[in-house]
Design a protein around this ligand. Structure first.
Ligand SMILES: NC(=O)c1ccc[n+]([C@@H]2O[C@H](COP(=O)([O-])OP(=O)(O)OC[C@H]3O[C@@H](n4cnc5c(N)ncnc54)[C@H](OP(=O)(O)O)[C@@H]3O)[C@@H](O)[C@H]2O)c1
Length: 189
């Protein structure tokens, strides 16, 4: 698995990973936290057919649609991490309403939504009963109306932002706020 935060150029390590695959040392190559730009660079070197998946933060609150559309066009699978927004989305009223209507757990509702979109999910839990009920989400089908309600929860809010792990995502609204802040400082001066 190649990571976006590597100090080595993407071209160099993707070439090495393809060599490892050619030698039979790995069956598949996956990347993580790759932005569209990084994916384009990786594709230019090894071809999209050699990139199995991009593991990215993706939850009802952060649906990463532009990146997901690009990956879809390229035939690269989405692996969603922090699908439950590290537990935050479990308390969401829309999720809770669907869960109680369907007699499912909030985690199952979120996982079933992500699976319905064709994403692989890797929820973590320290509890056996949560692991078991999360696994059971694979056999749950939500209605189209419920899927749309969850689609509407997207608020571009991310959980992961540590330096060196998360890529540099450009958040236009923050840039706009920063620009306005600068303008106000200039006016005061
Ligand atoms: N590639 C990357 O850069 C990257 C970054 C972050 C994470 N990851 C990976 O993504 C995976 C998942 O991420 P994550 O663990 O940070 O976030 P997550 O799966 O969104 O959330 C885990 C949290 O949800 C709770 N939970 C899970 N199932 C539950 C259930 N059925 N009912 C109630 N609470 C439930 C867990 O608590 P309990 O333990 O109490 O169940 C835990 O607090 C991990 O394997 C992690 O390694 C990858």
């Amino acid at each position: 698995m190649a990571s976006a935060s590597s100090p080595v150029a993407v071209e160099e390590y993707m070439t090495a990973l393809l060599e490892a695959k050619t030698l039979g040392l790995t069956k598949k190559i996956g990347v993580s936290n790759f932005t569209i730009d990084l994916l384009k660079r990786a594709i230019a070197v090894v071809g999209a057919e050699n990139i199995e998946t991009n593991q990215i933060e993706l939850s009802p609150y952060l649906q990463n649609r532009r990146l997901v559309n690009f990956m879809d066009q390229q035939g690269i699978n989405v692996t969603s991490y922090m699908t439950l927004a590290y537990g935050k989305a479990l308390k969401d009223p829309v999720i809770q309403e669907i869960a109680s209507h369907n007699q499912q757990t909030p985690a199952q509702v979120i996982l079933a939504w992500a699976l319905a979109k064709g994403y692989a999910v890797i929820p973590s839990s320290t509890k056996r009963e949560n692991l078991a009920s999360n696994l059971a989400a694979q056999s749950i089908t939500l209605s189209d109306e419920q899927l749309i309600k969850i689609d509407q929860l997207d608020s571009n809010s991310r959980e992961v932002n540590p330096e060196g792990l998360a890529p540099i995502w450009i958040n236009l609204s923050n840039l706009y706020k920063a620009a306005n802040h600068e303008k106000n400082i200039d006016i005061k001066r």
